[in-house]
Ligand binder design. Sequence first.
Ligand code: COA
Length: 179
Amino acid sequence: MELTLRQAVAADVAEIMRLERAGFAPAIQETEQTFAERLAAAPEGCWVLAGEAGRLFGYLCAEFWPQQAGFDAARFARDHGAASTHRADGEEVYVSSMVVDPATRGTGWGRRLFRGALAAMFARHARLRSTILIVNPGWDAARRIYRAEGFTEIGEIAGYFDAGAGASLPAIVMRRAHT
Ligand SMILES: CC(C)(COP(=O)(O)OP(=O)(O)OC[C@H]1O[C@@H](n2cnc3c(N)ncnc32)[C@H](O)[C@@H]1OP(=O)(O)O)[C@@H](O)C(=O)NCCC(=O)NCCS
């Protein structure tokens, strides 16, 4: 299948929400308001894989943060508002979320979306220096992509993901310096 990587626009939010519901358990899906705010506040960080007739097959959302040593766990709060955290002059990309349509998974589009969207951001914004993200220990496909793309684990946020029955899983924090 041929898909086009392009920057997202406000009209994509309904398709992004369809992908969000297909990508994550209800308890961790983010809201339409969160995505609408990302698209408005940080459009340079929002990218989609577009097919025919307006159908989307993947999205990646990111915002820019001031670079810091280590990380501040509070910044990764789910559904935080990009309008208050995105800094147009930030030096670090924070990849907040990525989903590929289940019908399209396992054929390399996840890796192409991740690599392509980040490459486009770094090509357009010369001040960017690094990329940071969090991942659930059980999200194997995502972890394969991040490791293969040069990310290393820099810490954990305990209790981040609800694992049911009163249990939780940490978020693994990963970072890659831009070379
Ligand atoms: C993560 C995700 C975007 C990857 O998309 P994808 O199109 O399946 O990715 P690719 O086809 O490029 O595969 C990436 C790697 O994961 C591997 N992989 C794919 N599905 C896998 C699975 N279910 N279990 C383990 N590895 C898997 C692939 O073999 C490939 O590894 P390789 O290149 O070393 O062989 C997609 O699985 C998804 O939307 N998951 C749900 C949401 C999510 O976890 N998002 C990421 C965290 S924000």
